[in-house]
Design a protein around this ligand. Structure first.
Ligand code: HEC
Length: 170
């Protein structure tokens, strides 16, 4: 009887601990991307260069030929300016050399502004922000209104580069 009682107590203790843990986990991963739309767009149109897990590739030879990683974008994607830049990049299709960490990547990305609707751009950015990356504190999903704002930005590489230079180095 005594034994059973302590087993019961231990069981109760475990039960009472568990909800707290589950809650803590929920708190850190508040935004969980569940749509399959962004995943599909990413796998069909982005993964060929940036790889399915967003690790990027290349950047090893003297010219830096390659595709930059899309992991390491959490900080940018938790701010309006960063989201605006990422949307602008997807719409415009950057080219040339870009520095990520201590590596240069040289290449060309297609212009997706003409191929994607605002909603598709939202979906793919959410996939990058919430699945490829782990949302940083303060993260809020990008809106279609912000994508529309990105569409109105100057359609040239200089403007895109200046916008990127305003962001913290990634
Ligand atoms: C044909 C290869 C290719 C495809 C496909 C491609 N990209 Fe890129 N992407 C690049 C290259 C190359 C760069 C760097 C260009 C530069 O600025 O010099 C880049 C840059 C970016 C950047 C900016 C990164 C930074 O640090 O400034 C983002 C964001 C991005 N791509 C997202 C995407 C998304 C999302 C898709 C799919 C909708 C996509 N890319 C499809 C090649 C590609």
């Amino acid at each position: 009887m005594r034994r059973r009682k302590s087993a019961l107590l231990a069981g109760l203790l475990l039960l009472s601990l568990q909800p707290a843990d589950v809650f803590a986990q929920k708190k850190t991963n508040r935004v969980i991307y569940t749509s399959t739309v962004g995943r599909q767009i990413y796998n069909d149109r982005c993964a060929v260069c940036h790889l399915p897990d967003g690790k990027g590739r290349g950047g090893e030879d003297a010219a830096g030929n390659g595709f930059p990683p899309l992991i390491g974008l959490s900080e940018w994607l938790a701010t309006r300016e960063g989201q605006l830049y990422v949307a602008h990049a997807i719409i415009f299709g950057p080219y040339g050399t870009v520095l990520v960490g201590d590596k240069f990547y040289y290449g060309l990305m297609p212009r997706f502004g003409i191929r994607f609707t605002d909603q598709q751009i939202v979906e793919v950015i959410r996939y990058v922000a919430e699945v490829i990356n782990k949302p940083a504190p303060g993260y809020k999903p990008i809106t279609e209104a912000l994508v529309q704002q990105a569409r109105r930005l100057p359609d040239n590489m200089d403007a895109l580069e200046m916008q990127r230079n305003e962001l913290p180095q990634r």
